[in-house]
Design a protein around this ligand. Structure first.
Ligand code: TRP
Length: 467
């Protein structure tokens, strides 16, 4: 029975350990790398507004549901879904959701690790003072040089996957938990420093003459003034997909972390805390990056290289730039690391539970598979970047990114909402969420049954042009 079930992999030491680990999972490249570049590609303010709405009315309720299922099931997502479906008298087919999540996690981590490799490479670059006094063009050509070289990308990708595998092999308490304690607050402070720099940024030679604002105001305008003419149906889907991606929802990462959550912790309060911290980091990253984009006449919609083409310009000019710059990319590497761990943990937990492997063997095996798939993303930026290697104008990397964030995760989230809202008994939810106040629970229950699933479906329909 649920009451007596315990996790086979240990538990978090308490509420804050879970918040830190889940925030470590949520805060990563999604906030600092992906959010600014997709905001740039989708026209700014309106996209940001839709994204914030998705976090509030879809992300937070689904996060509560995912944590709830995990804590109730106390197993890897596949086994959790199997147990819960059996307990509630539902179809065993619900465990397919866990399998889908494993696949999504494998896909995401395979390209995530490649981008994390860029952050590692930039740590060494900044520390060596490579960006000192460079122009925007100089910074740009360093980025082009890096991604054009498959061997270097492969080396960084390999290093990052080895780092991830090692921490995952060490297990919940000693591996995952320790890594996040200090890094998250430090990243936050450093982003504040960058925003401080952006506040004082000035237009580079001649760029500002025609405009009456400062780059910082131009950046804020871009981020926060919504012009709905600029966002397409697909843009709305990308915003939804990113809400899932950035909160680590829809594939079992948060579910498996929830399965290590002690019984007496409030799921509602912790989920809101995590979502708020994650959103703050993304908005700060945007406020640091877009002023630099405008100050240097760069293109907000220039794609995945955005932060690597902008932040080093600032580091190359500000006092102490070598120090702040290398610290920034070091912290970004750590943020990516703590996210990567959560992407692979559902697989490792399942291999340990069902195949009886040791954590070390399970982590090595799954890390190896992910690494191999990642080679496709490495090549997407160089030898496979040509049109003959593309499908619908997308590279291998683009396809994995689009498929996972915009289709697999929202679909996983939809299933989580439907299972929690319509397949679990209401009494199970009441007991597991233990929210005390009836109005708060009723609000969540109404949202998870009607609002979140309907919103996800509507956004899908809009994106494929049915609406
Ligand atoms: N949320 C992380 C980020 O923003 C990435 C991530 C970690 C993730 N675990 C996940 C995304 C699970 C989707 C699903 O960088």
């Amino acid at each position: 029975m649920a009451e007596s079930r315990e996790s086979l992999h240990g538990e978090w030491s308490g509420r804050w350990a879970f918040i830190l680990a889940a925030t470590g999972s949520a805060v990563g490249l999604g906030n600092v790398w992906k959010f600014p570049y997709i905001t740039g590609e989708n026209g700014g303010g309106a996209f940001v507004l839709v994204y914030l709405l998705c976090i509030a009315i879809i992300g937070i309720p689904i996060m509560m549901a995912e944590v709830m299922l995990g804590r109730r099931g106390r197993r890897s997502p596949i086994n959790t879904m199997r147990h819960l479906a059996a307990e509630e008298g539902r179809s065993p087919a619900w465990q397919l959701m866990g399998w889908g999540g494993l696949l999504a996690g494998t896909f995401i981590l395979s390209f995530y690790s490649v981008i994390a490799g860029w952050a590692v490479a930039y740590f060494f670059r900044t520390a060596a003072g490579t960006f000192d006094g460079l122009t925007a063009d100089g910074v740009g050509s360093i980025f082009t040089g890096l991604i054009g070289d498959p061997e270097r990308l492969l080396a960084w990708h390999t290093l990052f996957m080895v780092m991830t595998t090692i921490v995952v092999a060490r297990g919940v308490r000693s591996g995952l938990e320790k890594a996040v304690r200090f890094l998250m607050p430090a990243l936050f402070v450093l982003l504040l420093v960058m925003v401080g720099y952006a506040m004082n940024a000035e237009y580079a030679g001649g760029l500002g003459q025609a405009r009456g604002d400062s780059p910082f105001m131009a950046g804020l305008n871009f981020l926060f003034v919504a012009d709905f003419g600029k966002i397409s149906g697909n843009g709305v889907l990308v915003a939804l997909g990113h809400a899932f991606f950035t909160l680590s929802l829809g594939m079992g990462a948060i579910m498996v972390y929830g399965s290590y959550l002690p019984k007496n912790v409030s799921i509602a309060r912790t989920s809101i805390t995590i979502a708020v911290m994650d959103t703050l980091v993304a908005l700060l990253a945007g406020m640091a990056i877009f002023p630099i984009v405008f100050a240097n006449g760069l293109e907000p919609g220039s794609g995945p290289g955005l932060i690597f083409n902008t932040l080093p310009i600032a580091f190359g000019r500000m006092p102490g730039g070598v120090f702040f710059g290398s610290l920034f990319f070091l912290l970004l590497t750590f943020a990516a690391w703590t996210s990567a761990i959560s992407l692979i943990e559902p697989i490792v937990a399942w291999l340990v539970e069902n195949r009886g492997h040791s954590r070390t063997y399970a982590a090595t095996l799954s890390g190896g598979v992910v690494w191999l798939l990642g080679v496709g993303s490495v090549f997407s930026f160089n030898i496979w970047s040509g049109e003959e290697y593309q499908l619908f104008g997308k590279t291998f990397f683009d396809i994995l990114d689009y498929l996972t964030a915009n289709i697999m995760l929202p679909l996983g989230g939809l299933l989580i909402a439907l299972f929690a809202g319509w397949r679990l008994r209401r009494a199970t939810c009441v007991e597991e969420l233990a929210m005390g106040a009836a109005p708060a629970f009723n609000l969540w229950y109404f949202v998870i049954r009607y609002i979140s699933p309907v919103a996800v479906v509507l956004i899908f329909l809009k994106a494929i042009g049915v609406l």
